[in-house]
Design a protein around this ligand. Structure first.
Ligand code: GLY
Length: 347
């Protein structure tokens, strides 16, 4: 299955399915015919996987970056760019990012920056990456002040969402990624009752199609793309506080799952939706086996503070919420209502 992100001359395909990574060589020949060198950017644990068997048809080098979100820094990008420069890559050459969201964000930013932009191909190896991070051209790194505060829009030449790479994921990581799939199901206005008839391939295709449609219409997040942050205001706050507190932090998708249920509760508290919407959100999360129990480790004040510092929040409390007009970005929400909803949500 192939889904196109329609951006005129910069359009590209997202290939979805078992073994699709084997189309890499053909994609390079088609989309980067002058490329002579490819750098494959990945992490050590992914390089050791049985599916790490990429054939580019041109000279290729594997460059490792450290594992995880913690390594998504300017320092890591600088070290990577020095290695790329030492290999003498030209503007016609390409960078292939192989990994989850941390690697495709970081690798994408290196591709956007080197010689002011070289070709990028994403081979996404996590659930959340395949349905979200690898598609849409957002690249970047974290600062100590917050996640993804430095970056660039740099659309790839193509994206591969190969299910064979998901099969080797630890169960917790696979499950956490389903938080983004649940988000897409809810954004599509679908009922939990219809989930039973869906294959995992159909669910991934649904999520990729939603992302491709939204990015095609709003590449730079001037409007509808912001809806993809559904569940992320509360989720992001939990994720950031959890990361600061613990080595076994909440995964992004786990935090988003809690944030989705919270967004339904908040919409209800604001009189925007009925209680059946909360029930449907929770039933969707139950279907995927995702918990929506919010940890009690963080004070309401700390959560409010983290939410108002979210870079997408513009220093007030901004949520994507469902209401009579469908999903929309709602700004300037009364902190007292949010605080009370946190209390009641946590029970
Ligand atoms: N992850 C949200 C977006 O790509 O816009």
């Amino acid at each position: 299955m192939t889904i196109t992100v329609d951006l005129g001359a910069r359009s590209y395909d997202v290939a979805i399915g078992d073994g699709v990574r084997r189309g890499l060589k053909d994609l390079i020949a088609k989309r980067a015919p002058k490329a002579q060198v490819a750098v494959i950017v990945t992490s050590p644990s992914l390089r050791a996987q049985p599916w790490f068997d990429f054939e580019t048809g041109i000279s290729q080098h594997v460059l490792e970056v450290p594992e995880g979100e913690d390594a998504k820094t300017l320092q890591t990008v600088e070290a990577l760019l020095e290695k790329i420069a030492s290999l003498g890559l030209s503007r016609n050459d390409i960078l292939i990012a192989v990994g989850g969201g941390a690697v495709t964000d970081l690798g994408g930013f290196a591709a956007a920056s080197y010689l002011r932009g070289i070709g990028l191909i994403n081979i996404s190896t996590s659930v959340a990456g395949q349905v979200d991070a690898a598609i849409g051209g957002k690249t970047g790194v974290n600062l100590s002040a917050g996640k993804n505060l430095v970056g660039a829009f740099h659309q790839p030449l193509g994206v591969f969402c190969d299910f064979e790479t998901i099969a080797t994921l630890p169960e917790r990581e696979r499950l956490a990624g389903m938080g983004e799939v649940a988000k897409c199901w809810l954004l599509e206005g679908r009922s939990a009752k219809d989930l039973g008839s869906q294959t995992s391939s159909e669910l991934a295709t649904m999520a990729v199609a939603l992302k491709a449609r939204i990015v095609s219409g709003d590449e730079r997040e001037g409007g509808e793309r912001a809806l993809l942050n559904y569940g992320h205001t509360f989720g992001h706050a939990l994720e950031v506080l959890s990361l600061a507190k613990s080595k076994d932090e909440l995964r992004h998708g786990e935090a988003v799952a809690i944030g989705l249920s919270f967004a339904a509760h908040l919409a209800h508290a604001l009189g925007r939706v009925g209680a059946e919407v909360i029930a449907n959100h929770n039933a969707v999360l139950d279907f995927f086996g995702l918990s929506y129990a919010a940890p009690r480790d963080f004070s309401v004040e700390a959560l409010l503070e983290a939410m108002s510092h979210d870079k997408k929040a513009h220093h007030d409390l901004t949520f994507v919420l469902l209401g009579a007009n469908g999903f929309e970005v709602v700004t300037g929400i009364d902190p007292d209502v949010v605080a009370k909803t946190i209390e009641s949500f946590r029970g």
